[in-house]
Design a protein around this ligand. Structure first.
Ligand SMILES: [Zn+2]
Length: 116
């Protein structure tokens, strides 16, 4: 069992997820208000709602990454490189809590992308 080594990380991710969900709820509420068809400021509100929607999408993407990371923790997959199966450096996980690859594989990917 290795559940305890990521306990702090898990707690941080769960806190972050709760914050993002709360923000998403606010954003969604704003968006719904912005869609009032009777509004005189419709154009302005549409413009705002696009910004709000982008923020909402950002939050949604991050929430799904966190959910995925938490799932990996449950399955004892967290901190293991997808590519080569090596343990991901704890410092790297600290900086990139959703990392799915070790630094070597991530670098290799970047290199491959840059040259393809
Ligand atoms: Zn790797």
């Amino acid at each position: 069992m290795q559940e305890d080594i990521y306990a702090a990380q898990r707690e941080r991710l769960e806190t972050k997820k709760a914050e993002l969900s709360a923000r998403l709820d606010r954003v969604t509420a704003n968006l719904r208000r912005g869609n009032d068809p009777d509004s005189k400021e419709r154009a302005k509100e549409l413009e705002d709602s696009e910004v709000v929607d982008a923020l909402g999408n950002e939050a949604r993407v991050e929430i799904s990454k966190i959910t995925e990371a938490l799932r990996r923790m449950d399955n004892d997959e967290y901190g293991i490189c997808d590519e080569c199966g090596a343990s991901i450096d704890p410092g790297r996980l600290e900086a990139h809590p959703y990392a799915r690859k070790c630094i070597d594989c991530a670098r290799f990917d970047e290199h491959r992308r840059a040259h393809s």
